[in-house]
Every structure is written in structure tokens, then in C-alpha cells.
Design a protein around this ligand. Structure first.
Ligand code: TYD
Length: 138
């Protein structure tokens, strides 16, 4: 997979003076079936998350509150995404190295995933990932 496949996807937004509403339906708004949901919260200032690539799992990340950055790398190119709204998200297909930083205080990252959690789906070692994709350090 390459960075061109890492896409910001807009979600439906029902604007309402009582508060806005966004919804996500399986296979309709994001390009995979949702098997798992997890979220990052209480992230201390200056903390970094991510630092891995996934072999099979697609993920879709949304800043439900506050903001953070996702830095992607595909073996050739790198790109930084700033997520700061709950009506869009970032689709990360498999085999993309990602790091997350710049979390604002009180931020919440919602992650939708195409697979159940499996440690064997992770590349946690950057050199192992580079070897697998035949890439080089950016
Ligand atoms: P990890 O994916 O490394 O977090 P991040 O990429 O946000 O820094 O996961 C941190 C720990 O949580 C790790 O020990 C695995 C565990 N974990 C689960 O048990 N289930 C899950 O669905 C996820 C995402 C993580």
C-alpha cells in the first residue's frame, strides 16, 4: 500500500442547533468492515503513540475531541495529517508505518479497525517493516 491510499474521508454531518451528529455505517462510509473499536484518551502532553505498521488490518482514525497528528510512511514517502474534527477521519490501509504526536490536551482518538486485535499483525520494529516492503528510511 502507498500513501496515495491513505485518505481523509468526510463523514455525514447532521448540523443541528442542538448539537451536530455524525454517523458511520459498516462498509458504507469507510472502505472496510468494522471488527473492532478502540480509543486513545488521557494522552499526556508530549506523548507519542503508534510507531508500528499493520500487516492486514485497516484502520480509520477520527479526532473525536481535540486534535493530534498522524505521520504516515510507505517506504518511499512520508506525510503528516492533522486531525481536528469529528466529521472526518483518516483511512490507513495495511502496511503503512504510522506515528501519532501533537495530541492536544483532552483529545480523544477513535480508531475503527477491520480485524480483531492480534499482536502477530504488527510490525513494531521499523527495520523489520523496511525489510518487508523493500523501502528505506525517509
Ligand atoms: P498499541 O497498538 O501499541 O498502541 P498505540 O499504537 O496507540 O501506541 O497498543 C498498546 C497496547 O494495548 C499493546 O500492549 C496492545 C494492547 N491493545 C490491545 O490489547 N487491544 C487493542 O485493540 C489495541 C489497539 C491494543
Amino acid at each position: 500500500m502507498t500513501l496515495e491510499q491513505c485518505k481523509i474521508i468526510d463523514l455525514p454531518k447532521i448540523a443541528d442547533p442542538r448539537g451536530n451528529l455524525t454517523f458511520i455505517e459498516n462498509n458504507r462510509h469507510i472502505p472496510f468492515e468494522i471488527r473492532r473499536v478502540f480509543y486513545l484518551y488521557d494522552v499526556p502532553g508530549g506523548a507519542d503513540r503508534g510507531g508500528h505498521a499493520l500487516k492486514k488490518c485497516h484502520q480509520f482514525l477520527i479526532a473525536m475531541s481535540g486534535s493530534f497528528d498522524v505521520i504516515t510512511y510507505d517506504g518511499k514517502n512520508t506525510q503528516r495529517f492533522h486531525l481536528n474534527r469529528s466529521y472526518y477521519g483518516l483511512h490507513l490501509p495495511p502496511m503503512i508505518w504510522r506515528e501519532m504526536d501533537n495530541f492536544s490536551s483532552g483529545s480523544v482518538c477513535l480508531a475503527l479497525a477491520s480485524e480483531s486485535y492480534s499482536e502477530s499483525d504488527y510490525f513494531r520494529n521499523y527495520n523489520d517493516y523496511l525489510m518487508a516492503i523493500g523501502g528505506s528510511a525517509p
